[in-house]
Design a protein. Structure first.
Length: 494
């Protein structure tokens, strides 16, 4: 997607289409392809969700009439009529594109149940459909005796509970809903990194938390047997740790797993107590890395696990920044794509800074609501469900975060910018390509938690060098990045 232009720049085309749906990743790709055309100064091709309509309005490309979330918004601006007409035609062609060959095309299965009839061997079904349809598909897979990874979000909690109870009775596992990361028998699913195989099993009610932990283990020369994501709500009171308990039991029976680490955002205390009680009765040692005010640091949990294994803690990779002087009164602005990493940053920083406002706050009274550009100490999780309706996750599409960086710089509030960049399968193939120009244009002192490995498609070192070249301080550990950002504003030692 191109940068937001001035509203009066060039000719515009804005239309809404009903009965048309495309995956948000595909729409982002179309927007980028069209934005690269000569003469096109702005483009947004997206579902007409409230967030995308707000973005279109900021670009001066709001539709004239009322729009519905299930409509497709096509909004463009170009320098002349010929370029605008050609760009609209290119959008139509891109959306209508289908692979063509001289051979008859196989009609794909339209349901999980039908697919399992045609392919009876797979033990795992992956579901990535709009949330209101996900439970029905998952139920079919469970009934067929398959474990399920539900990538979809927006699944009602009562449906999640019903699915996980059914899975327990069937002797299978439900990973999710909103499970973005898993590694099963060495096969990476969703947003996962290229990590070595080894003796540590992870149970994760957190996608980016699992990625942080597995990447640090890899950097220490220790591999993982499996990473079983259970969905961000699993350790809530409402769900009661149903999938976590099943995942722990499965890893305890796995001969390749010698130790287990539980990774989570802050869990419900009663559920954490239940999981702890069950863990102590398992045949493999289980260490908790569930974040809390008393345990706010995933890196420290990994280091403790390395001690259990008798492995020396390495010097975690980093790159120095070039921020010489930070203005007095600078505040912390954490712009995150990973919710657990955002929580970790707030848990570490809050005792030092006091209240930190957020769209996913540690305390209800610190809720930002929709005011993502509020002044003061702020941490925004751009991967929160409310900000990803009808658009790709920020690990794929950085547009909203890049706009927030530009707005922060334009607003003039002295600040230190704290970011995560998460590498691996499914993520932006070259995140530094767009982030480096944004950081250079902002002039803000920046600290980056770069989560990934050397073997990832994006390559940790290549991304780190590019970001450091733009002046950012880069850390493999989000906890270390947070503490360094605090030191820049004079509130903590490194």
């Amino acid at each position: 997607m191109s940068a937001s232009p001035q509203p009066d720049e060039g000719l515009r085309h804005v239309s809404l289409r009903s009965g048309v749906y495309a995956d948000s990743v595909r729409l982002m790709q179309v927007s980028r392809e069209i934005g690269d055309r000569p003469g096109v100064t702005a483009v947004l091709v997206a579902m007409a969700t409230p967030l995308n309509l707000e973005l279109a309005a900021g670009m001066g490309l709001a539709p004239d009439g009322a729009a519905k979330p299930d409509q497709l918004l096509i909004a463009l601006r170009a320098t002349d009529d010929a370029e605008l007409t050609a760009a609209v035609a290119a959008v139509e062609a891109a959306l209508a594109h289908r692979e063509r060959s001289g051979e008859a095309q196989t009609i794909p299965a339209r349901t999980i149940g039908a697919a399992l009839e045609d392919a009876p061997d797979p033990a795992l079904a992956i579901i990535s459909v709009p949330g209101r349809y996900a439970a029905a598909e998952a139920a079919d897979a469970i009934a067929a005796g398959r474990s399920v990874l539900i990538f979809s979000d927006g699944v009602p909690v009562e449906q999640e509970v019903a699915l996980k109870r059914a899975a327990h009775e069937a002797g299978v596992l439900v990973m999710g809903p909103d499970c973005g990361t898993a590694i099963v028998s060495g096969v990476a699913l969703g947003f996962a990194n290229v990590v070595r195989r080894g003796p540590v099993g992870l149970v994760a009610a957190s996608g980016t938390g699992a990625q942080q932990v597995s990447c640090l283990l890899d950097a220490a020369g220790v591999g993982v047997s499996h990473v079983l994501g259970v969905g961000g709500r699993d350790l809530s009171e409402a769900v009661g740790g149903l999938a976590t308990l099943d995942a722990l039991a499965a890893l305890a029976e796995d001969p390749a797993t010698e130790r287990v680490l539980l990774v989570s955002k802050p869990p419900a205390p009663s559920v954490a107590a239940l999981v702890g009680q069950v863990s102590r009765g398992l045949s493999v040692p289980v260490r908790s890395a569930a974040l809390s005010p008393d345990q706010p640091d995933l890196t420290a949990a990994v280091e403790a696990l390395l001690g259990d294994l008798g492995v020396a803690v390495p010097r975690w990779p980093s790159r120095p920044g070039t921020a010489d002087a930070v203005p007095a009164g600078a505040v912390l602005k954490g712009f995150y794509s990973g919710g657990t990493l955002a929580d970790e940053a707030m848990l570490i920083a809050a005792p030092v800074l006091g209240g930190i406002r957020s769209n996913t706050p540690l305390k209800p009274e610190l809720d930002l609501g929709t005011d993502l550009r509020a002044t003061g100490h702020v941490v925004v999780d751009f991967g929160d469900d409310a900000l990803t309706v009808g658009r790709a996750h920020p690990m794929i599409d950085p547009t909203l975060r890049l706009e927030a960086i530009a707005a922060l710089a334009a607003g003039g509030e002295p600040a230190v910018l704290l970011l995560d960049v998460v590498l691996g399968y499914g993520a932006d193939p070259d995140p530094s390509a767009t982030l480096v120009p944004a950081l250079q244009a902002s002039g803000l002192p920046a600290v980056v938690a770069l989560v990934g490995t050397e073997a990832d498609p994006q390559c940790w070192t290549r991304q780190a060098d590019a970001l450091a070249g733009a002046g950012a301080a880069v850390f493999a550990s989000n906890a270390a990045a947070t503490r360094y950002a605090l030191s820049l504003i004079g509130e903590s030692d490194v």
